[in-house]
Design a protein around this ligand. Structure first.
Ligand SMILES: [Zn+2]
Length: 264
């Protein structure tokens, strides 16, 4: 029995949640609360996308309630989130970590330029100007560099990158179990590397679980940006409207019952 396990559910509100998110939330619940008697924190990563809308944030709360997932800490509703938890409120705090990270540099390259060329900016000593350039980190770990290159720490739109904001929040919230889809394995490696550079002892002693992603019937990855006819049936808001309950969601995910899911 271990009461000190703390994990987090951390969606990005850039669209309505879909079946893939439900699977992620339910796996986090099973692994943290059921199997380890741990507690769940809710974090909504709203600094990562200009597509954030209030209705997407509300959808997170509606979904957690519908899936019967108990949350111990974090925002209680849209209003609470906007007043007390939005990552925009912590922008200056995130920015203070730029000074603690060695080897950050300003990059002026466009994405299309970088497809064909290596970034020449490390040696150029540009100064950061929002709207014009971004801040990257000179990655000195071969494995991380191979996957991520010199990834962005601070974005062109004057906001922290996902890699930075998510890491700092996990450290501050003293998360010790991180469960995420296997599409984020490279992110985990990048964040672990940043945590080491920051001399952090919390993130670097975390346990990590990466679960497989669920696919559509055609074998495609589900994403929030897909809005085709097939995809609308995977949107949780639509399933709720049709009267589907948690067992119905589990059936769609290939489990015959809640017990079947818990034992899988
Ligand atoms: Zn560059």
């Amino acid at each position: 029995m271990n009461q000190s396990i703390k994990s987090r559910i951390a969606p990005t509100p850039s669209g309505f949640l879909h079946l893939g998110n439900a699977y992620n939330f339910l796996v986090i619940y099973r692994e943290t609360v059921i199997k380890r008697e741990g507690k769940l924190h809710l974090r909504i990563d709203d600094s990562d996308s200009g597509r954030v809308r209030d209705e997407y944030i509300s959808d997170v709360f509606d979904t957690l309630k519908w899936l019967e997932i108990p949350i111990e800490s974090g925002p209680k509703n849209l209003e609470d989130f906007k007043t007390n938890y939005s990552q925009y409120l912590k922008k200056d705090y995130y920015k203070s970590f730029l000074k603690k990270l060695p080897d950050c540099y300003v990059c002026e390259c466009s994405r299309s330029f970088l497809k064909e060329n290596n970034c020449p900016c490390f040696k150029k000593d540009y100064s950061y100007e929002p709207g014009k350039n971004a801040i990257r980190h000179k990655v000195k770990n071969e494995e991380v560099f191979k996957k991520m290159g010199d990834f962005i720490i601070w974005r062109k739109d004057d906001l922290p990158s996902y890699q930075l904001a998510s890491l700092i929040d996990d450290i501050d919230e003293k998360i010790n179990l991180i469960i995420r889809g296997e599409d984020l394995i490279d992110s985990t490696k990048a964040q672990f590397y940043l945590a080491e550079l920051l001399n952090d002892k919390i993130y670097t002693s975390c346990s990590f679980l990466h679960h497989p992603l669920i696919k559509t019937e055609n074998g495609e990855k589900i994403s929030k940006s897909q809005n085709s006819e097939n995809e609308t049936s995977l949107i949780l808001k639509n399933l709720r409207a049709n009267g589907t309950d948690r067992d119905g969601v589990l059936k769609k995910l290939g489990f015959s019952s809640w017990e079947h899911f818990l034992n899988s």
